[in-house]
Design a protein around this ligand. Structure first.
Ligand code: FES
Length: 117
């Protein structure tokens, strides 16, 4: 959902509709809008998971100050998606700690050690 008309700012200026991927899924957004806005419009709320407790985080300040919206963009971690413009063909991935790879839980590690996976 996007704001269609703002009482003070009027109708928002949109770029052209472009393609990007989020965690491997094809998505669309408007060129030049913040990545976080395109994700929110598509219903994506969790941008990263905390390293210690694996808690999901998303847009909080929306002005580039809190780092809750950081994601891995085109392979680069810690990109603040609320202030980074969307570009054609971007690869946007959920960030786990400081990588795009979800950490193994202890039971998965044990299974690998035992050779059951
Ligand atoms: S939401 Fe706070 S830095 Fe992006």
């Amino acid at each position: 959902m996007r704001i269609q008309e703002h009482p003070i700012l009027g109708e928002p200026q949109k770029g052209r509709l472009i393609q990007f991927t989020h965690d491997g899924n094809a998505m669309q957004g408007f060129e030049g809008e913040p990545i976080a806005v395109a994700l929110r419009a598509a219903g994506v709320m969790a941008h990263r998971h905390t390293k210690k407790y694996d808690k999901p985080r998303g847009i909080f300040c929306a002005i580039g100050r809190c780092t809750d919206c950081v994601m891995v963009v085109d392979g680069k971690p810690n990109v603040r998606t609320c202030i980074t413009s969307l570009e054609e063909g971007m690869t946007v991935e959920t960030q786990y700690g400081v990588t795009a790879k979800k950490p193994e839980v202890e039971s998965e590690k044990e299974s690998k050690k035992e050779g059951t996976v």
